[in-house]
Design a protein around this ligand. Structure first.
Ligand code: PGA
Length: 253
């Protein structure tokens, strides 16, 4: 049975003290979860080890890096490699977030290289995809997302694709307060699953968690996560507020 996941994405926010206080408040909330529920904290690089230590006794919480470099190692001043993440025990990494695609010009091809490196070292990539508003206005979102999957993921073997988490994040819904409706989210998630079925198999598609991201918060998480193909969320702004993120976690199926 595929996992239902609430993934926080702090982006470039919080001091370490604020981050620790936030995570402690969430841990102390004593949330009742199912066996297949998981909580991820995608935190800035300097906080990974600290937050990992803080949650390590907690079997269903994990930290994730927000990015990694697409080369194994070398003269890339200021960058962080997958091997470095592995060496400090990190198990998840966001790959291809739309902010990375937009501000750091990450192409589908570079993102494919990141996915490969993560899988090679046993780190689960959380692969982000999603269309900009002009594509949605043209009603071309399905084709656009299919192409992202095709160019960054579909070279993977059946064994490897099963290790990937997909996060669908329509760019027009990120940080805008304009959430996709639960029907819009379900429609795209079903599309992604159908593409996975045609490329791999029904069993493979059924096993892959597909998260929704874009203005998820306490007040809309229940409705979004209740949709059949929505397996939780990738949450930015609302993950910075303990009470909001706790509600999001509680909304997991
Ligand atoms: P948001 O961000 O929840 O603030 O819209 C989501 C994301 O970018 O992952």
């Amino acid at each position: 049975m595929r996992k239902q996941i609430a993934a926080a994405n702090w982006k470039m926010n919080k001091t370490i003290e604020e981050g620790i206080a936030l995570v402690k408040e969430i841990i102390n909330a004593d949330i009742k979860l199912n066996k297949n529920n998981e909580v991820l904290f995608s935190v800035p690089f300097p906080y990974l080890s600290t937050i990992k230590d803080l949650i390590s006794s907690n079997g269903y919480m994990f930290v994730a890096a927000q990015n990694c470099h697409h080369k194994k190692n070398g003269a890339y001043t200021g960058e962080v490699s997958v091997e470095m993440l592995k060496s400090i025990g990190i198990e998840y990494c966001l790959v291809g977030h739309s902010e990375r695609r937009e501000y750091f010009a990450e192409s589908n091809q570079v993102i494919a290289q990141k996915v490969d490196l993560c899988l090679e070292l046993g780190i689960t990539p959380v692969f982000c995809c999603g269309e900009p508003l002009e594509i949605r206005d043209l009603l071309s979102q399905n084709q656009y997302v299919s192409n992202q999957l095709n160019e960054s993921l579909f070279h993977l073997s059946t064994e490897d694709i099963k290790k990937v988490i997909i996060a669908y994040e329509p760019i027009w819904a990120i940080g805008t307060g304009r959430t996709a409706s639960s029907d819009q989210a379900q429609e795209m998630h079903a599309h992604i699953r159908s593409v996975l079925i045609s490329k791999y198999s029904f069993e493979v598609a059924e096993d892959i968690s597909i998260l929704y991201g874009g203005s998820v918060k306490g007040a809309n998480a229940n409705e979004l996560f209740s949709m059949q193909d929505v397996d939780g969320g990738l949450v930015g702004g609302a993950s910075l507020v303990a009470s909001e993120f706790i509600q999001v976690i509680q909304a997991l199926k």
